[in-house]
Write a protein that binds this ligand. Sequence first.
Ligand code: ZN
Ligand code: ZN
Ligand code: ZN
Length: 257
Amino acid sequence: MLRFTILGTGTSTGIPCVACNCETCISEDPRDTRLRTSLLVQSETTTIIIDTSADFRQQMLKHGVKKIDGIVYTHHHYDHISGFDDTRPYTFFNDNTPIQCFALRQTHEVIRQTFPYAFGEAEQVGGGLPGAEFTIIDDEPFMIGDIEVVPIPMKHGSIRVNGYRFGSFAYCTDTNHVPLSSIEKMQNLDILILDALRYHPHPTHFTIEEANEMSKMINAKQTYYTHIAHQIKHADCEKTLPENCFLAYDGLQFEIA
Ligand SMILES: [Zn+2]
Ligand SMILES: [Zn+2]
Ligand SMILES: [Zn+2]
């Protein structure tokens, strides 16, 4: 059995946005509070985190994650990598064993440029460093512990990103184009998590309408939207969605046999 926990469903600003007083940002509905987009995947013996979001520390505390067997990155944008430094305690409390990280080549390069001190490129030595060992991935499936991870290549504006499939669950954040070859990798899904930023068009994310169309093409039993901006108020938007489409929210869990 695999358990999936949605750690965050917010776009890059997080919701509420600082300095905003819109209806969503002052909403008392807990589903309108969204940490940055991230996912926890767990089997009996293996724990995987998808992306180290800007809210990584809070997300790990909230869900009591005591060990991580692998971190898998979708892409290099700051909202998805900036929690990398906060992985340090997982190394300290695990006999300084480096955390296994899996990323596209470009993602690894940007993480290296953003956190040079963690890669032996510090101006001085001192203090604790994140210990991470990177494996460069592309579109070939790979194993972390007993969990098979199947990359799903997608476009996010002009950049290549990866979605991931685990059994009958797929996670496709930060995209506005899923090629046919990747739609084929998502047949017979029970649950699809899909990018849907807002109502108005955006150059790198699906709108709600585009996500509705994409979910019809992929045809999972249920589709849940993530990476949601503050223009979307949960209760109002969800009423307008097609049957089998929903908005995800922080803390939402799924279990799959
Ligand atoms: Zn993002
Ligand atoms: Zn707002
Ligand atoms: Zn992005």
